[in-house]
Design a protein around this ligand. Sequence first.
Ligand SMILES: Cc1ncc(C[n+]2csc(CCOP(=O)(O)OP(=O)(O)O)c2C)c(N)n1
Ligand SMILES: [Mg+2]
Length: 670
Amino acid sequence: MSLDASRLAPMANAIRALSMDAVQAANSGHPGMPMGMADVAAVLWSDYIKFDPADPKWPDRDRFVLSAGHGSMLIYSLLHLSGYARPTMDDIRNFRQLSSPCAGHPENFLLDGVECTTGPLGQGLAMAVGMAIAERHLNTQFGDDLVDHRTWVVAGDGCLMEGVNHEAIGLAGHLKLGRLIVLWDDNNITIDGPAALSTSEDIPARYRATGWHVVSCDGHDYADIRRALDEAVADDRPSLVACKTVIGKGAPSKQGTSATHGAPLGADEISAAREVLGWDAAPFEVPAGILADWRSTGDRGKAAHGEWRQRLEGDVDTRAKFENWMMGVADLAAPALEEHIAALAAEPKNVASRKASEMALGPLTAKLPQLIGGSADLTGSNNTKTPSTDPLTSEDYSGRYLYYGIREFGMAAAMNGMMLHGGIVPYGGTFLIFSDYCRNAIRMSALQQVGVVYVMTHDSIGLGEDGPTHQPVEQVMSLRLIPNLNVYRPADAIETAECWALALQSPNTPSVLALSRQNLAPVRGEGDAGWSAASNRSARGAYRLRAATAERRTILIATGSEVQLAMEVADQLEAQGIGADVISMPCAELFDVQDDAYKSDLLPDVSASQILRVSIEAGVTMGWERYTTAKGLNIGLDRFGASAPAEDLFERFGFTVDAIVPQILNKING
Ligand SMILES: Cc1ncc(C[n+]2csc(CCOP(=O)(O)OP(=O)(O)O)c2C)c(N)n1
Ligand SMILES: [Mg+2]
């Protein structure tokens, strides 16, 4: 609709006023960024971005990511002003309070229109890369008629300075994601002061070097903003639009300084700003004419949405395919694995769990087109590629396998973005040790409730010769600390398939599959012939793999590669007349939410002198007391590993029957 400056300026000032007033009322927050980017946002909303406030989840909407999440009042203002049902003005009045969905930083699960949770700088942009990949991929399935949208990002100096930015833009440039447009709030200010305190980087040169188109504009000149956005839209490379802005624009004595970054402006400065901006409406009031202009920004998208619906409904087959696709894979994962598990039950396999994962991925990727795999340059080690997943490249976005390069953090964030986009269920691999490289993105999967799957192989000293830099010791347990993350450590090929089914059955909970490099003897098979989702023994997180024959004196709880060891320890104990249960615990989180009856059946509430509980896991012991009690025995590794063949390391660090049995006997007899 191309409003002129006389209409756009008051629209931008509405953002400024709401931002100043909400931060002042909350007595905390960040007014500077929304005030600085208000003009750019007004142009973007009124002339470019495609959205329909009446249906915030319309699949073909443009995605808007506020990567500079501290400026959350920008997106709350935009959503409210343009007519989304929430946030209401009351929600905004209660910015940062428990009663309001207007949290300190934007949270995807609190408000429609917030496409992803942002605040950890850099990750919004990195997730947007995933969204842009998802858009191009789905376009190959459904064509321009149904999938044809852009991804817009507002990013600050911080987002561009973070290391993950390098990974994200490298991937985006390589994949030529031309519908990704980053609006950089180029204000030369960060918290500590002028950006020059810490950087002298030529950012446009860096972006150009990675295959991006770069254009800059005066972020307070509407015509110039339009010129730059038009250029960005027209270019078939991803675009960085450097919007030269003044942080806190409109606050007369504080604008242009870091004083506006993260603190209320104060009553005096706010009333002076009202003067400067010519804004005489009371706090949390927007004059009707200005509000009407804002409300009309959704008209373009509303019309486009109507036409889109007609196209969708005009073709019965496409519609069915589209709707089925968008339903996800939760109900389809276990059935897709039935034959595979039946075959394993008939003929148990002695394979590494990473190999078992590949074997499960065969039927999964063949039957579930929503699955998109990948690896951070460890495809052959992570066993993540299957015959159904051809590479997704800039020449052919229809592929289903991403060569992420050595970009673990970028990969994890991109996976979050893909899943948040919808229509895609991503899994991606790296060595478990490098979960720490992408840990905050794993945490963001959990916080945002997106069920991506991390395929993390080489899960213990069992990887052998690569040595302690590569041997996870604390990683499995430390990942268990993250809420809403399921950490699976399967014991054999059947458990691995079961864990894959469970991972895909939880679209709102991400999963880490911790998988072995070394072969694992099968512990399952018998009794698994008629396997179905209902008989998934891993579903309760832990189960009695074997019951004591002699009088039960001990319960051995083990995970992954140590389950087979626990079975051998039990054999020895039984030979000495000491009854031992073996519990396989592929997922502690799932066990923790079982009912008391189930838990106390597995772990009866009796004293350690009656039944000793023992944990066996080739990682730190801290945390295992939760299951073994203070009187129990925890077999683990509370130091770094070493470089040697796996068998030598297990021997050296006491993961042998001969080393474990005497400790149990001592405890029982002691
Ligand atoms: C990963 C991460 N590190 C640190 C912070 C804390 N933080 C929030 S905003 C900010 C400064 C960002 O500067 P810039 O992006 O230029 O924002 P502006 O001050 O211009 O609004 C910092 C360090 C964060 N949110 N995320
Ligand atoms: Mg800045």
